[in-house]
Design a protein. Structure first.
Lengths: 311, 311
């Protein structure tokens, strides 16, 4: 009897870590790393990150495509997708990692650490009277599988937490809103704003000069989703003029961020190299295996992606 | 009928904020700010932070002393205390604030932000593959009213969390230990260690050169309790030699930290000006008022302090 076969492709993920993690879950799975794929007609599943154009057409019997990450924007806008179920990763380790990044960036501003860092460089003891967390309004844009838990943790910590998403969500202790008017309202309300929106045709460029100017003067912005949601040139101008006070950025129009890019020289920007949340094979393999089991039974996979909707 | 009277003394706290917050809770309380105390014999309660020597003897009818903070080390070691119940502050706002500080400092190290900060100063994109939080061992020393909630939040976020206290505590998902042998064990175990121990005769100098050397090479230390728990000279030597990799310090032997102090020049130290957790009158007044009500009824106050034990 033919063993089910999976093809793996990623320019950044370690195939051997994935082989080991998946074989612990599905010992009978035939794990093949592109380009060493054997007979393409025997490949059932694809586990991929940004594969080259035409990749999917090579495998006529694909039953499932799993995206090696949470953001599928680079997958769903392709013109070579095949009509099989698409799944993406959203394992608990990834959720915990994103929440830790968001909590770090938000508490750093809420506790005035960026001010103390600058004082320390001057060798100065500079006291700023702290404000209770309950008086600090923090907003999360995007309340999906990453944004929802991040917003919940911020609320549990005691922040006055707001959340916005395309469709209305409900999260305990988080003031959740949806729709265009509420989007402007959350921008006006929050002094710390976290962007966890998926990149879709609707969200591309959603935060431009006009939207940044709606935020309270000197507000703090955290972007840990996709660079293209925010107009980078507008953000640079806003950070220079003080319209936006501070930014923590994990994503950029060009990555790695090129030497000499204006962000490098802005004292009010904290740069991290696109790792707010990454996939850990050991933690994510369980979900990947479960999706394969479901597809074998004729059920939809976990974390199914609607290619039309874009997430 | 005589109104109950309270005397307020603090070199750092705002008496008018406290007057307003307490009168909302106890409208009939006669709030007096030292030295404008009227007839000292009519004073029933003291709400104080480090009052001058002999302060308490001036008030022969005191029924309650409330410390304007969580740490009572400077109160209980005085030789002029009077035999009345002592209470300290531990309001939810203060707990949330301390937790936010601890979570900030721990996630900064766990997410390698200190490395990215240095790379950014060099204008360099320096990727470090993140580790799952569940593989990062974080320890909290002291599991009292501040340490306990901080440890719980770290565990809820997904860290592999350890806690040590003088007497055994139980916190969900936190590996709690107590006693001298377990103290050495937690030092050996954790790559990030948070000190939230109260300062007592037992804890003074508890972490010296020997204890720092027990920690994993390059471990990270966070001190948000009292400077004297850690031997400052030993810590400086350990930070210089790399025995301790990084430290986030909110407390110092001399505050404000003097210009030219070695900590200012150590690149692997983050300095904050003693504000990890402060008292917010609006949030703390409810507990202060409740303690007064309890003492009026002949009951012990909230957050009662055992002066012998020291906390």
């Amino acid at each position: 009897m033919k063993r089910d076969a999976l093809v793996f492709y990623s320019p950044v993920d370690d195939p051997e870590a994935w082989r080991e993690a998946l074989s612990a879950e599905l010992p009978d799975l035939d794990f093949r790393v592109d380009p060493d794929v054997g007979d393409p007609a025997t490949v059932d599943y694809a586990l991929v990150w940004v594969p080259p154009s035409g990749f999917f057409q090579r495998f006529p019997n694909l039953k499932l495509v799993t995206n090696l990450g949470a953001g599928v924007d680079r997958l769903v806008r392709r013109d070579d997708l095949v009509p099989v179920p698409i799944s993406r990763l959203s394992d608990p380790g990834m959720v915990a990692m994103m929440t830790s990044y968001v909590v770090f960036a938000v508490t750093r501003y809420a506790r005035d650490i960026h001010i103390f860092e600058r004082a320390q460089r001057r060798g100065e003891w500079h006291y700023v009277h702290p404000r209770p967390l309950s008086e600090i309004k923090v907003g999360v844009l995007g309340l999906g599988e990453l944004g929802g838990p991040a917003a919940k943790t911020l609320a549990d910590m005691g922040f006055d937490t707001y959340g916005w998403s395309r469709t209305q969500k409900t999260i305990p202790r988080v003031t959740c809103t949806a729709g265009a008017q509420a989007f402007e309202e959350i921008l006006r309300t929050c002094e710390i704003l976290v962007c966890l929106l998926p990149l879709t045709p609707d969200s591309r460029g959603m935060i431009g000069a006009r939207e940044l100017a709606l935020m309270p003067k000197g507000a703090k912005l955290v972007n840990a989703s996709r660079a293209a949601v925010i107009d980078e040139a507008a953000l640079i101008a806003a950070l220079r003029s003080g319209v936006v006070g501070e930014a923590t950025l994990d994503v950029f129009d060009i990555e790695p961020l090129p030497a000499g890019h204006p962000f490098w020289t802005l004292d009010n920007v904290l740069i991290t190299p696109h790792l707010a949340s990454i996939t850990v094979p050991k933690l994510a393999a369980r979900d990947v295996a479960e999706s394969i089991r479901r597809v074998r039974r004729g059920e939809p996979p976990l974390h199914a992606v609607d290619a039309q909707r874009g997430y």
